[in-house]
Design a protein around this ligand. Structure first.
Ligand code: 5GP
Ligand code: ZN
Length: 116
């Protein structure tokens, strides 16, 4: 899957609207369309990688920038002090639906057990 048929590449390209909360040279952070917590932001590399493992192997620098952006988003969203969860679903057993690497930043309330 490449840029043309990837949902998140299309968001990066501005072809699909998103509520962007932060943008850096190499990353974009926007609100999840179906939030699972009071704060639910997705942080993605602008470049297409199918998942976090592929991204980490191909580009440690952008991987670090995704993590740093997630930390800043958590701070700006007001969840850093009380805590939050950072999730990278990876592959079929994780339920990953969008094959473009993304971190979920989840918080704003007690999140309950790690897995439902
Ligand atoms: P995954 O299951 O791949 O880890 O997470 C994909 C996430 O993308 C889901 O939480 C889903 O709600 C979100 N999502 C799917 N389509 C859209 C969209 O068009 N816009 C936004 N902002 N989020 C989306
Ligand atoms: Zn993509």
């Amino acid at each position: 899957m490449g840029t043309d048929d990837c949902l998140f590449c299309r968001i990066v390209a501005g072809e699909i609207p998103a509520t962007v909360v932060r943008e850096t040279d190499k990353t974009l952070a926007f609100r999840d369309i179906a939030p699972k917590a009071p704060v639910h932001v997705l942080v993605i590399p602008k470049e297409h990688f199918v998942d976090v493992v592929t991204m980490a192997e191909a580009d440690p620098e952008v991987t670090a920038e995704v993590m740093a952006t997630a930390a800043i988003v958590a701070e700006h969203e007001g969840v850093a002090a009380d805590g939050f969860r950072l999730i990278f679903n990876t592959g079929p057993d994780s339920g990953q639906e969008v094959a473009h690497a993304h971190a979920h930043v989840l918080g704003g309330a007690p999140l309950g057990p790690m897995l439902a």
